[in-house]
Design a protein around this ligand. Structure first.
Ligand SMILES: C[S@@+](CC[C@H](N)C(=O)[O-])C[C@H]1O[C@@H](n2cnc3c(N)ncnc32)[C@H](O)[C@@H]1O
Length: 286
Protein backbone atom coordinates (compact mmCIF):
# COMPACT_ATOMS: atom_id res chain seq x y z
CA UNK A 1 0.00 0.00 0.00
CA UNK A 2 1.11 3.56 -0.52
CA UNK A 3 1.70 5.88 2.39
CA UNK A 4 -1.40 7.89 1.52
CA UNK A 5 -3.57 4.74 1.29
CA UNK A 6 -2.32 3.70 4.72
CA UNK A 7 -2.84 7.08 6.36
CA UNK A 8 -6.34 7.37 4.88
CA UNK A 9 -7.33 3.83 5.91
CA UNK A 10 -5.95 4.24 9.43
CA UNK A 11 -6.95 7.89 9.82
CA UNK A 12 -3.41 8.93 10.82
CA UNK A 13 -1.58 12.22 10.67
CA UNK A 14 0.72 11.66 7.62
CA UNK A 15 4.03 13.10 8.78
CA UNK A 16 3.98 11.37 12.18
CA UNK A 17 2.82 8.14 10.56
CA UNK A 18 5.62 8.37 8.01
CA UNK A 19 8.21 8.67 10.81
CA UNK A 20 6.83 5.49 12.38
CA UNK A 21 6.90 3.66 9.04
CA UNK A 22 10.49 4.84 8.46
CA UNK A 23 11.47 3.29 11.79
CA UNK A 24 9.59 0.05 11.02
CA UNK A 25 11.23 -0.20 7.61
CA UNK A 26 14.63 0.23 9.21
CA UNK A 27 13.64 -2.52 11.65
CA UNK A 28 12.64 -4.77 8.70
CA UNK A 29 9.01 -4.98 9.80
CA UNK A 30 8.05 -3.44 6.44
CA UNK A 31 9.98 -2.77 3.27
CA UNK A 32 9.71 0.00 0.70
CA UNK A 33 8.91 -1.72 -2.54
CA UNK A 34 9.05 1.10 -5.07
CA UNK A 35 9.47 4.80 -4.62
CA UNK A 36 8.16 7.23 -7.17
CA UNK A 37 8.38 10.99 -6.96
CA UNK A 38 5.07 11.29 -5.09
CA UNK A 39 4.34 7.90 -3.58
CA UNK A 40 6.03 5.39 -1.32
CA UNK A 41 4.82 1.79 -1.42
CA UNK A 42 5.13 -0.36 1.68
CA UNK A 43 5.15 -4.15 1.56
CA UNK A 44 5.21 -6.93 4.13
CA UNK A 45 8.41 -8.73 5.16
CA UNK A 46 8.70 -12.20 6.74
CA UNK A 47 8.52 -10.44 10.13
CA UNK A 48 5.29 -8.55 9.47
CA UNK A 49 3.69 -11.64 7.90
CA UNK A 50 3.95 -13.16 11.39
CA UNK A 51 1.99 -10.17 12.72
CA UNK A 52 -1.04 -10.59 10.47
CA UNK A 53 -3.85 -11.72 12.71
CA UNK A 54 -5.12 -14.69 10.73
CA UNK A 55 -2.01 -15.41 8.70
CA UNK A 56 -0.39 -18.82 8.58
CA UNK A 57 2.10 -19.16 11.47
CA UNK A 58 0.75 -15.88 12.86
CA UNK A 59 2.27 -14.71 16.14
CA UNK A 60 -0.10 -11.74 16.38
CA UNK A 61 -2.01 -13.05 19.39
CA UNK A 62 1.21 -13.68 21.33
CA UNK A 63 2.49 -10.17 20.59
CA UNK A 64 -0.89 -8.69 21.56
CA UNK A 65 -0.72 -10.51 24.90
CA UNK A 66 2.89 -9.66 25.68
CA UNK A 67 2.46 -6.00 24.71
CA UNK A 68 -0.75 -5.55 26.74
CA UNK A 69 -0.43 -3.11 29.68
CA UNK A 70 -1.23 -5.97 32.09
CA UNK A 71 1.78 -7.99 30.87
CA UNK A 72 4.12 -5.01 30.43
CA UNK A 73 3.55 -3.55 33.91
CA UNK A 74 5.32 -6.46 35.69
CA UNK A 75 8.44 -5.83 33.60
CA UNK A 76 8.72 -2.47 35.37
CA UNK A 77 8.74 -4.27 38.74
CA UNK A 78 11.54 -6.65 37.76
CA UNK A 79 14.29 -4.72 39.55
CA UNK A 80 12.43 -4.82 42.88
CA UNK A 81 11.94 -8.57 42.40
CA UNK A 82 15.59 -9.18 41.53
CA UNK A 83 16.74 -7.08 44.49
CA UNK A 84 14.63 -8.67 47.20
CA UNK A 85 13.10 -11.80 45.60
CA UNK A 86 9.73 -10.79 47.09
CA UNK A 87 6.34 -11.15 45.42
CA UNK A 88 6.17 -12.12 41.77
CA UNK A 89 6.38 -8.99 39.60
CA UNK A 90 2.97 -9.87 38.08
CA UNK A 91 1.36 -9.87 41.53
CA UNK A 92 3.16 -6.68 42.51
CA UNK A 93 1.79 -4.94 39.41
CA UNK A 94 -1.68 -6.49 39.13
CA UNK A 95 -2.54 -7.56 42.69
CA UNK A 96 -3.11 -11.26 41.81
CA UNK A 97 -1.21 -14.05 40.12
CA UNK A 98 -1.74 -14.39 36.40
CA UNK A 99 -4.39 -17.19 36.55
CA UNK A 100 -6.44 -15.52 39.32
CA UNK A 101 -6.24 -12.25 37.40
CA UNK A 102 -7.50 -14.00 34.24
CA UNK A 103 -10.37 -15.56 36.20
CA UNK A 104 -11.91 -12.16 36.94
CA UNK A 105 -10.88 -10.57 33.62
CA UNK A 106 -12.38 -12.66 30.79
CA UNK A 107 -10.88 -10.32 28.17
CA UNK A 108 -7.38 -11.03 29.48
CA UNK A 109 -8.18 -14.74 29.70
CA UNK A 110 -9.08 -14.72 26.01
CA UNK A 111 -5.84 -12.87 25.19
CA UNK A 112 -3.91 -15.62 27.02
CA UNK A 113 -5.79 -18.52 25.40
CA UNK A 114 -5.40 -17.08 21.89
CA UNK A 115 -1.70 -16.34 22.49
CA UNK A 116 -1.02 -19.86 23.74
CA UNK A 117 -2.89 -21.31 20.76
CA UNK A 118 -0.82 -19.43 18.18
CA UNK A 119 2.40 -20.49 19.89
CA UNK A 120 1.14 -24.09 20.12
CA UNK A 121 0.38 -24.19 16.39
CA UNK A 122 3.98 -23.46 15.49
CA UNK A 123 5.48 -25.78 18.12
CA UNK A 124 3.13 -28.71 17.49
CA UNK A 125 3.61 -28.70 13.72
CA UNK A 126 7.39 -28.89 14.33
CA UNK A 127 6.80 -31.79 16.75
CA UNK A 128 4.55 -33.70 14.32
CA UNK A 129 7.15 -33.28 11.62
CA UNK A 130 10.27 -33.74 13.76
CA UNK A 131 9.40 -36.61 16.11
CA UNK A 132 6.11 -38.36 15.27
CA UNK A 133 7.44 -41.56 16.91
CA UNK A 134 6.79 -39.98 20.33
CA UNK A 135 3.09 -40.74 19.76
CA UNK A 136 3.50 -44.33 18.52
CA UNK A 137 1.33 -46.80 20.41
CA UNK A 138 -0.44 -44.17 22.53
CA UNK A 139 -4.16 -44.76 22.88
CA UNK A 140 -4.85 -41.76 25.08
CA UNK A 141 -3.09 -38.50 25.75
CA UNK A 142 -3.97 -35.82 28.28
CA UNK A 143 -2.76 -32.29 27.60
CA UNK A 144 -2.37 -30.74 31.04
CA UNK A 145 -3.02 -27.01 30.88
CA UNK A 146 -4.01 -27.52 27.25
CA UNK A 147 -5.80 -24.16 26.98
CA UNK A 148 -8.41 -24.13 24.22
CA UNK A 149 -7.24 -27.53 22.89
CA UNK A 150 -5.28 -26.27 19.87
CA UNK A 151 -2.26 -28.53 20.46
CA UNK A 152 -4.37 -31.61 21.03
CA UNK A 153 -6.61 -30.98 18.02
CA UNK A 154 -3.51 -30.94 15.80
CA UNK A 155 -2.17 -34.10 17.45
CA UNK A 156 -5.40 -36.13 17.12
CA UNK A 157 -5.66 -35.05 13.49
CA UNK A 158 -2.11 -36.26 12.78
CA UNK A 159 -2.44 -39.40 14.96
CA UNK A 160 -6.16 -40.27 14.75
CA UNK A 161 -5.87 -43.40 16.89
CA UNK A 162 -5.25 -41.20 19.97
CA UNK A 163 -8.11 -40.26 22.28
CA UNK A 164 -7.31 -36.72 23.44
CA UNK A 165 -8.21 -35.27 26.82
CA UNK A 166 -7.80 -31.52 27.01
CA UNK A 167 -7.43 -30.65 30.69
CA UNK A 168 -7.48 -27.05 31.92
CA UNK A 169 -9.20 -24.79 34.41
CA UNK A 170 -13.03 -25.11 34.24
CA UNK A 171 -13.49 -21.54 32.96
CA UNK A 172 -10.97 -22.18 30.15
CA UNK A 173 -12.46 -25.47 28.89
CA UNK A 174 -15.97 -23.96 29.15
CA UNK A 175 -15.18 -21.68 26.21
CA UNK A 176 -12.94 -24.10 24.25
CA UNK A 177 -14.24 -25.14 20.81
CA UNK A 178 -15.62 -28.69 20.48
CA UNK A 179 -13.39 -30.95 18.37
CA UNK A 180 -13.96 -34.60 17.30
CA UNK A 181 -11.67 -36.98 19.16
CA UNK A 182 -11.14 -34.58 22.08
CA UNK A 183 -12.80 -34.58 25.45
CA UNK A 184 -12.52 -31.33 27.43
CA UNK A 185 -12.09 -31.83 31.17
CA UNK A 186 -12.00 -28.97 33.68
CA UNK A 187 -10.08 -29.14 36.97
CA UNK A 188 -7.02 -28.16 38.96
CA UNK A 189 -3.79 -29.84 37.85
CA UNK A 190 -2.35 -29.48 41.34
CA UNK A 191 -5.14 -31.65 42.75
CA UNK A 192 -5.75 -34.34 40.14
CA UNK A 193 -5.02 -34.99 36.46
CA UNK A 194 -7.18 -37.27 34.23
CA UNK A 195 -5.64 -40.70 33.60
CA UNK A 196 -4.12 -41.51 30.20
CA UNK A 197 -1.25 -43.40 28.53
CA UNK A 198 0.73 -40.21 28.33
CA UNK A 199 0.52 -36.64 29.56
CA UNK A 200 1.80 -33.37 28.19
CA UNK A 201 3.56 -31.21 30.83
CA UNK A 202 4.60 -31.85 34.45
CA UNK A 203 3.16 -32.88 37.84
CA UNK A 204 1.53 -35.73 35.97
CA UNK A 205 3.51 -38.71 37.12
CA UNK A 206 0.56 -40.17 39.03
CA UNK A 207 -1.76 -39.85 36.02
CA UNK A 208 0.21 -42.01 33.61
CA UNK A 209 0.43 -45.81 33.24
CA UNK A 210 2.76 -47.35 35.80
CA UNK A 211 4.76 -49.36 33.26
CA UNK A 212 7.58 -48.77 30.79
CA UNK A 213 5.09 -47.33 28.28
CA UNK A 214 3.55 -44.59 30.43
CA UNK A 215 5.31 -41.27 29.96
CA UNK A 216 5.05 -37.54 30.45
CA UNK A 217 5.74 -35.58 27.28
CA UNK A 218 7.04 -32.15 28.13
CA UNK A 219 7.10 -29.54 25.39
CA UNK A 220 9.36 -26.84 26.72
CA UNK A 221 12.56 -24.90 26.06
CA UNK A 222 15.90 -26.45 26.95
CA UNK A 223 18.36 -23.59 27.35
CA UNK A 224 21.66 -24.43 25.70
CA UNK A 225 23.53 -21.14 26.10
CA UNK A 226 24.52 -21.66 22.46
CA UNK A 227 25.08 -18.40 20.60
CA UNK A 228 24.75 -20.09 17.20
CA UNK A 229 21.30 -21.60 17.75
CA UNK A 230 18.70 -19.45 16.00
CA UNK A 231 16.10 -20.08 18.73
CA UNK A 232 18.35 -19.41 21.73
CA UNK A 233 17.48 -15.71 21.92
CA UNK A 234 13.76 -16.58 22.14
CA UNK A 235 14.39 -19.15 24.88
CA UNK A 236 16.30 -16.60 26.96
CA UNK A 237 13.66 -13.94 26.28
CA UNK A 238 10.95 -16.39 27.41
CA UNK A 239 12.96 -16.88 30.60
CA UNK A 240 12.67 -13.13 31.24
CA UNK A 241 8.92 -13.38 30.54
CA UNK A 242 8.69 -16.25 33.05
CA UNK A 243 10.46 -14.11 35.65
CA UNK A 244 8.08 -11.20 35.08
CA UNK A 245 4.84 -13.16 34.80
CA UNK A 246 5.07 -16.15 37.12
CA UNK A 247 5.99 -16.77 40.76
CA UNK A 248 8.91 -19.11 40.28
CA UNK A 249 8.67 -20.09 36.64
CA UNK A 250 11.80 -20.37 34.55
CA UNK A 251 13.18 -21.88 31.36
CA UNK A 252 15.64 -24.63 32.25
CA UNK A 253 18.98 -25.96 31.07
CA UNK A 254 19.44 -29.70 30.47
CA UNK A 255 21.12 -30.01 33.89
CA UNK A 256 18.15 -28.33 35.59
CA UNK A 257 15.71 -30.63 33.76
CA UNK A 258 17.75 -33.63 34.89
CA UNK A 259 17.50 -32.42 38.48
CA UNK A 260 13.79 -31.57 38.46
CA UNK A 261 12.77 -34.82 36.72
CA UNK A 262 14.88 -36.85 39.17
CA UNK A 263 13.28 -35.03 42.12
CA UNK A 264 9.82 -35.69 40.64
CA UNK A 265 10.61 -39.43 40.65
CA UNK A 266 11.17 -40.16 36.97
CA UNK A 267 13.86 -42.77 36.39
CA UNK A 268 14.86 -41.81 32.83
CA UNK A 269 14.21 -39.22 30.17
CA UNK A 270 15.29 -38.21 26.69
CA UNK A 271 15.25 -34.91 24.83
CA UNK A 272 14.30 -34.60 21.18
CA UNK A 273 15.18 -31.38 19.40
CA UNK A 274 12.68 -30.17 16.79
CA UNK A 275 12.71 -27.14 14.51
CA UNK A 276 11.14 -24.90 17.16
CA UNK A 277 11.94 -22.94 20.31
CA UNK A 278 10.70 -25.89 22.38
CA UNK A 279 12.11 -29.40 22.61
CA UNK A 280 10.24 -32.60 23.38
CA UNK A 281 11.24 -34.27 26.65
CA UNK A 282 9.92 -37.79 27.29
CA UNK A 283 10.07 -38.73 30.98
CA UNK A 284 9.41 -42.34 32.12
CA UNK A 285 8.54 -44.06 35.37
CA UNK A 286 10.54 -47.16 34.52
C1 LIG B 1 1.19 -21.28 29.67
S1 LIG B 1 -0.41 -21.88 29.32
C2 LIG B 1 -0.03 -23.22 28.26
C3 LIG B 1 -1.12 -23.54 27.28
C4 LIG B 1 -0.82 -24.67 26.31
N1 LIG B 1 -0.37 -25.88 27.00
C5 LIG B 1 0.22 -24.26 25.29
O1 LIG B 1 1.41 -24.55 25.49
O2 LIG B 1 -0.14 -23.63 24.32
C6 LIG B 1 -0.81 -22.68 30.84
C7 LIG B 1 -2.22 -23.24 30.89
O3 LIG B 1 -2.41 -23.85 32.18
C8 LIG B 1 -3.72 -23.57 32.63
N2 LIG B 1 -3.71 -23.67 34.10
C9 LIG B 1 -3.20 -22.79 35.00
N3 LIG B 1 -3.36 -23.25 36.24
C10 LIG B 1 -3.99 -24.45 36.14
C11 LIG B 1 -4.43 -25.41 37.09
N4 LIG B 1 -4.25 -25.24 38.39
N5 LIG B 1 -5.03 -26.55 36.63
C12 LIG B 1 -5.22 -26.75 35.29
N6 LIG B 1 -4.81 -25.87 34.34
C13 LIG B 1 -4.21 -24.74 34.76
C14 LIG B 1 -4.02 -22.18 32.11
O4 LIG B 1 -5.41 -21.90 32.04
C15 LIG B 1 -3.33 -22.21 30.73
O5 LIG B 1 -4.22 -22.62 29.72
Amino acid sequence: MTLSELTTTLGCEPSRFHRIMRFLVHYQIFKEESITRDSIDFALTPLSRRLIRHGERSMAALILLESSPVMLAPCLSLSAHVLNSGNSPFEAANGKDVWNYAEVNPGHSKLINDAMACDAKVAVSAIIEGCPQVFDGLESLVDVGGGNGTALSMLVKAFPWIHGINFDLPRVVAVAPKVDGIEHVGGDMFKCVPKADAAFLMKCREAIRHDHKGKVIIVQSVIEEDKDDKFEFVRMMLDMVMMAHTSNGKERTLKQWEYILGEAGFTRFNVKRVNAVQSVIEAYHL
